[in-house]
Design a protein around this ligand. Structure first.
Ligand SMILES: CC(C)(COP(=O)(O)OP(=O)(O)OC[C@H]1O[C@@H](n2cnc3c(N)ncnc32)[C@H](O)[C@@H]1OP(=O)(O)O)[C@@H](O)C(=O)NCCC(=O)NCCS
Length: 97
């Protein structure tokens, strides 16, 4: 069986604070709601922890309920700004797997 790309994900180390990295996940619209995004985000958190990072930053739009739900599922508070919703995931506390 072949593999198929349905989205993209990245970890981008931040200059400040140290040992922090930004996580980004994008899943194609036709493949959303099937658990892929959640699985990828948990994998990114595991990877960040394995790479020695302490904190993961996530930023999304105010209407992206799926990522809000994923972050809240980690027990992390969302910060609602005018045009963005952000969160800092403490890898020592978050349950990612
Ligand atoms: C955020 C994103 C990656 C989620 O991908 P996905 O594959 O649809 O996510 P999942 O199927 O794993 O769903 C995640 C959770 O959101 C819920 N959910 C999915 N779609 C939803 C919707 N439209 N409204 C409310 N909740 C929704 C799911 O039920 C699931 O919750 P659960 O684990 O408690 O059941 C995807 O919507 C996306 O690419 N968005 C645009 C890019 C973006 O904003 N990325 C965030 C930056 S990190």
């Amino acid at each position: 069986m072949g593999t198929k790309a349905v989205g993209a994900a990245r970890l981008r180390p931040l200059e400040e604070p140290t040992r922090a990295v930004e996580a980004g996940v994008w899943i194609g619209c036709s493949h959303r709601g099937a658990g892929v995004g959640g699985s990828v985000l948990r994998h990114l958190l595991d990877q960040a922890r394995a790479d020695g990072f302490a904190m993961v930053f996530v930023s999304t739009g105010p209407n992206n309920k799926a990522v809000h739900r994923l972050i809240e599922g980690l027990g992390v508070d969302l910060v609602h700004n005018d045009d963005a919703v952000t969160a800092w995931v403490n890898l020592a506390e978050a349950q990612s797997s």
